[in-house]
Structures are given as structure tokens and as C-alpha cells.
Design a protein around this ligand. Structure first.
Ligand SMILES: C[S@@+](CC[C@H](N)C(=O)[O-])C[C@H]1O[C@@H](n2cnc3c(N)ncnc32)[C@H](O)[C@@H]1O
Length: 262
């Protein structure tokens, strides 16, 4: 069980997934804080020390069932309705339904960064765009892009397990996406008009040159997955790579920045 604040929970949760968690359940804690219950096949004391948590042996615990309680349907942006895939809530009029799938990859819409990326897709994708979804996780942003009128979607993730999960989810959702294990460097130059990447400030900065290469002039790049104090670094890297900022939005400490390829 790892204690964390509202600001740090998304980042800690991502790190726990990256360290091999098989499931994560979010619990409310007093004072608006949270506790993340992360499940691992084998206890590793160094993890407890690193994240400030404690280990509890669980013989029989269905984390999927427990996690279901913490995921609710939500309206995102002006047009999206994100619904856990086990719920049959009707879609509000004028909204586009996107199923959220729980599993061994990041991206259910429960995290601020995913919601910010979804809003960026809604606002800045133009129907007919070829879209790149870099760091697809569950594939949720690809589904949103397809439903919002993308002509084609190409998605990738460096984590083969995420790609496996995304492939299953996209098949279930009936969305046709060119999916591969890898990153932006494997995409041909000027392949797309719109790119979305909800990763981390460091990775976005590292990939900013690749983002510029794979987008056509005038194309848009929406990046999320970082906190307010990283905005300047991300903005500087993207500007140096050949972008100009055209928008930004935030939720709490989390931000998304949107750029145009000059
Ligand atoms: C925060 S999750 C985002 C998942 C989903 N796109 C969303 O918005 O909810 C970030 C994903 O990026 C992947 N990733 C990390 N570094 C990457 C890189 N250099 N290139 C591509 N994917 C990367 C991780 O494996 C992870 O699945």
C-alpha cells in the first residue's frame, strides 16, 4: 500500500506499472490524499523502500473486481463519454462513447494525464488526419482519435505487454489501428498531421526531434503526462525542435501542451 497525494498518484501509479505491478487499486485517504494498492507476483523489499509502502500477503484477492469500484463513467471534454467496459450506462446525447478497459496497461481515463490527452485529441484533431499515438498503453487515445474522425491511426508503445493489451482492446472496440512495439523513431518522416503522446516530460523532451520529423508542416502535436513545473522544459524542447505552441489546458497540477509544426 503506497500513500500519495492527488498530484503524485498518476506518476507513482505509472512507475508501479513499469516495475511490474499486475494490478493497481486506488483508495481514498483522509485529507484528499490517496493510497495505491499495487499487486505484484513476488514481494520485493526494495520496491517498498523506494515507494514508501508496505507489503501485505494476499492469498486470494481479485484486484480487477476491487479496481472496478474506483472507475466510474465520466464526461471528458465537450464530446467524449468514457465508460468502464462492464457498465451499460446510456451514452448522453451528443457524446461519443469510449470504453475504458482495465488491464495490464496504463490508460483507463481515471488519471488526469489521460483525460488531458483525450481533451487535446477532441480539440485539435481534424477529421481526415493521419494520427500517431505514441505510448498507446491501453489504446484509449487511438480509439478516441478514430471515433473523432481520424483517417488512419498508427499507435506504438515500447512495452510489448502494453501493445498486446492495446491489440486486444482495439479489436474489442472494432477500431483498426496500425500498432507496433517501438517508438516514434520507427515512423517514416512526415507520416502524420496529428500526434498525441501522454508519456512523461523527460521522454517527450527526448522524442521532440522525432515528433517534428514524423509530422507534416502545419501538423499538431499534443503532449501530456507532466506537471506544471515541467511546462517550461517541455515547451523549450518542442520549440527548439521546430514547433510553436498553440494551446494548453490543465487539471490540478497536470498539464497538456499543444504545438503546431512550423
Ligand atoms: C502514461 S502511459 C499513457 C497510456 C495512454 N496513451 C493514455 O494516455 O492513457 C505512457 C505509455 O508510454 C509508453 N512509453 C514510455 N516510453 C515510451 C517511448 N519512448 N516510446 C513509446 N512509448 C513509450 C509506456 O510503456 C506507457 O504505456
Amino acid at each position: 500500500m503506497v500513500p500519495c497525494s492527488g498530484e503524485s498518484k498518476d506518476l507513482i501509479s505509472l512507475k508501479l506499472w513499469e516495475r511490474g505491478a499486475t494490478g493497481i487499486v486506488e483508495h481514498d485517504a483522509p485529507g484528499g490524499d490517496f493510497r495505491l494498492q499495487a499487486f505484484f507476483e513476488t514481494p520485493d523489499e526494495s520496491l517498498a523502500a523506494e515507494f514508501g509502502g508496505d507489503w501485505v500477503a494476499q492469498e486470494e484477492f481479485d484486484w480487477v473486481e476491487a479496481a472496478k469500484d474506483s472507475l466510474q463513467p465520466m464526461l471528458v471534454g465537450d464530446r467524449l463519454f468514457i465508460v468502464p467496459d462492464w457498465r451499460n450506462d446510456p451514452t448522453p446525447e451528443g457524446r461519443i462513447r469510449i470504453d475504458a478497459h482495465l488491464g495490464r496497461a496504463y490508460g483507463t481515463g481515471a488519471g488526469e494525464a489521460t483525460r488531458l490527452a483525450l481533451i487535446a485529441v477532441e480539440r485539435y484533431l481534424r477529421p481526415g488526419d493521419v494520427v500517431l499515438d505514441i505510448g498507446t498503453g491501453t489504446g484509449i487515445l487511438s480509439v478516441a482519435a478514430a471515433r473523432l474522425g481520424a483517417r488512419a491511426v498508427i499507435a506504438c508503445d515500447v512495452d510489448p505487454e502494453a501493445v498486446e493489451v492495446a491489440a486486444e482492446n482495439l479489436k474489442r472496440d472494432g477500431v483498426d489501428v496500425g500498432l507496433f512495439t517501438g517508438s516514434a523513431d520507427a515512423v517514416r518522416s512526415s507520416a502524420a498531421q496529428f500526434l498525441v503522446a501522454n508519456i512523461s516530460a523527460a521522454t517527450i523532451i527526448f522524442l521532440s526531434g522525432e515528433f517534428a520529423r514524423v509530422l507534416q508542416a502545419g501538423g499538431r502535436a499534443a503532449v501530456a503526462g507532466f506537471l506544471e513545473h515541467d511546462n517550461e522544459r517541455v515547451r523549450n524542447a518542442m520549440t527548439a525542435a521546430g514547433f510553436e505552441e498553440i494551446g494548453s489546458h490543465s487539471e490540478g497540477e497536470w498539464w497538456a501542451l499543444v504545438f503546431r509544426r512550423v
